[in-house]
Structure formats: structure tokens, C-alpha cells
Design a protein around this ligand. Structure first.
Ligand code: GLA
Length: 338
């Protein structure tokens, strides 16, 4: 009997702490109840990964060991190929199907959900820990599509805990669960914007943040005076964003733990303004949406989530406050069954 397995890897929404993981900062994401699933059969007598996808077209047929992941077609298969390339000889052959409820390219980590699901499917039960697997997925995405992404997304997908956000220190890679207040809802709303993370904008903002850190050192500890020493205006603004955002993440984690959703909401709005004004990663459609959402009764706050440049917005609300968007629940991390 062939071995059949089912792997489920959730997407994530980041409550606060964006563009902080380029320089080892704090982030506060949660895994959500939208996920990518791989159902497959393990092949003992072949060296191939064959997968179809319900969302993107084409069937992926990938010989092992994989050729250059960046040339693989169809395009979504590059993430799979990146993971297989990182696993090397440990990648096992399989045939199956990918299905997903994570909207693609909207800032909810559809790509990390795919790399994490792939890693758990291809990795024949090797006893890798969560952080090592997340780092492997991060390298796989960088290798496959050339986006210099951080560790937040795969780690959130792997380490998710029901009912909890995850305070992550991306320097020590320590994860601290923070319970979400019962009387608050996390709602995601689509701004309708089109987003291409593979474009140069994300890499450019990462470079600004890194350059700021190169001048002042640890952006979590920098003072206002340190930051004013940065001569380039864009780099200085990026440094200010990252410095303030790190403080906001810690304040938001504290407020969440106290059940103070109103304070978390205010910090989310400040985060949005900083991403818009200091890092220039918002869009007019997102700004309008955030403003409209914040004007509704029962909404504590809203902000862009993830890299920006379009995609979904996250709001923290009283239960039932919004009639638009989708309520998401904090879910457990990726799992393998079968
Ligand atoms: C993307 C990346 C993350 C992080 C966010 C911005 O989601 O994959 O590592 O940099 O953008 O916070």
C-alpha cells in the first residue's frame, strides 16, 4: 500500500511589526484559519515530485535532484523546487495535489504556506525543529524567486497556536505566545490592490532598513539622536520606522496580554501611519480602506499587514463590528497526518 499523507500549513496575518524582521526586530503575527494543503502519495520507486494546484494553473513535474528552481514552470512550482533544492538528498518523491484557501499575493503569506507545506511533505519525517524548518523555507523562497524575505512568515505558519498571537524576536528567534482577548475579533479586508512582492520595492525597503542599522547599530535600541545622525533622508526615515515599530510591537503584546484591545488598536493605527509616511509601502486604496474601517463603531484599529504595496488590511474589532471582510481565528501551526 502506498503511503498517503496530508499536510496543512496555515497562512498568517501580522497584527503589528512590519519591515522589522530585516534587522532582527520584533513581530507579532498569528497563524490563521486559511491554509494550504498538500495531499499526496509517497513514491518509493521514482525520483520525481508531481503536483497539481487548484488555484494556479499547470501541473508541476519536477525531477529530483531539482534543476535550478528559478527556471521551473509553472511559476508556483518554483517555491516547491526551492524547498526540494534546500532539502537536497533528503527530499522524497511524491505525487499529489495542492489546494489552498490563502489568497495569493495579498500579504497573508500564501508563499510561506506553500513552502512550509512542501517542506513537511518532502521531508521524510526528519526531526527538524520548527526554527530550522522555518529557516529552510526562508532560504527556499529567497533561492526560488529572489525575494529577500525574512523568517516571520514560515515561522508563524509552523509555530501557530490556537487563540494566540506570536511575539517573535527575529534575532534570537524566540517565540512567545500571547493570548488574544476573547472580546476582540481579527478581521481581514481586501484592499483590491494588486501586489508583486517579487518586484524591486520590497528589496529596496529592506536595503533602507539595513543601511539604517549599519549606521546606528541595533535599531531596537537606537535613540532619536542616533537616528538623526543618518544622512540619507530615506534611510533615516526607514530607521525611524523600524525603531518606532519595534517599540509598538512590545507595547501591543503587553496590551494584548492585559486584554486591552483599544490600546492595541491605537498602536495598529500608528504602525500604519509609520509604514505609510516613513517607509512609503502603502497605497491610496489601502489608506482609504484603513480610514473607512477605523471610522466604524467598534473598530479598535486597522493597518496594512505584511510587506504592503497592496493586498489585505487587518483590523481589530469588537465582535461583529464589521460587515465587510472575513473574521480570522488564530490557529495551530502546520501539521502532517495520514
Ligand atoms: C513579507 C516578508 C516578511 C516581512 C514582511 C514585512 O511578508 O516575507 O519576512 O519582511 O514582508 O514585515
Amino acid at each position: 500500500m502506498p503511503t498517503r499523507i496530508r499536510v496543512v500549513a496555515p497562512g498568517r496575518v501580522n497584527l503589528i511589526g512590519d519591515h522589522t524582521d530585516h534587522t532582527g526586530g520584533w513581530v507579532l503575527p498569528m497563524a490563521i484559519d486559511l491554509a494550504t494543503t498538500i495531499e499526496c502519495e509517497i513514491l518509493d520507486d521514482d525520483r520525481i515530485v508531481e503536483l497539481s494546484s487548484d488555484q494556479a494553473g499547470g501541473v508541476l513535474s519536477l525531477p529530483l535532484p531539482v534543476p535550478d528552481p528559478r527556471r521551473v514552470e509553472p511559476g508556483w512550482g518554483r517555491y516547491v523546487a526551492g524547498v526540494a533544492a534546500e532539502l537536497g538528498d533528503a527530499a522524497r518523491a511524491l505525487r499529489g495535489r495542492v489546494t489552498s484557501t490563502v489568497p495569493v499575493g495579498g500579504g497573508l503569506s500564501s508563499s510561506a504556506a506553500l513552502t512550509v507545506a512542501t517542506a513537511l511533505a518532502l521531508d521524510g519525517g526528519a526531526e527538524r525543529d520548527v526554527v530550522a524548518t522555518a529557516a529552510l523555507c526562508q532560504r527556499a523562497e529567497q533561492r526560488a524567486v529572489g525575494v529577500p524575505c525574512g523568517i516571520m512568515d514560515p515561522l508563524a505558519s509552523l509555530a501557530g497556536i490556537e487563540g494566540h498571537a506570536l511575539l517573535i524576536d527575529t534575532t534570537s528567534v524566540e517565540v512567545t505566545p500571547v493570548a488574544l482577548p476573547e472580546a476582540a475579533e481579527v478581521v481581514i479586508v481586501d484592499s483590491g490592490g494588486v501586489r508583486a512582492l517579487a518586484g524591486s520595492e520590497y528589496a529596496d525597503r529592506r536595503r533602507r532598513c539595513e543601511q539604517a542599522a549599519a549606521v546606528v547599530g541595533d535599531l531596537r535600541r537606537a535613540s532619536t539622536d542616533d537616528l538623526s545622525d543618518i544622512s540619507d533622508a530615506e534611510v533615516r526615515s526607514a530607521g525611524r520606522h523600524v525603531n518606532g515599530e519595534n517599540r509598538r510591537v512590545l507595547a501591543a503584546a503587553d496590551a494584548l496580554a492585559r486584554g486591552d484591545a483599544a490600546s492595541v488598536g491605537r498602536l495598529m493605527v500608528e504602525s500604519h501611519e509609520s509604514l505609510r509616511d516613513l517607509l512609503d509601502v502603502s497605497t491610496p486604496a489601502i489608506d482609504r480602506l484603513v480610514e473607512d474601517l477605523c471610522a466604524q463603531p467598534g473598530v479598535h484599529g486597522a493597518r496594512l499587514t505584511g510587506a504592503g504595496f497592496g493586498g489585505w488590511v487587518v483590523a481589530l474589532t469588537e465582535p461583529g463590528a464589521l460587515s465587510v471582510g472575513r473574521v480570522v481565528r488564530a490557529s495551530a501551526g502546520a501539521s502532517v497526518s495520514g
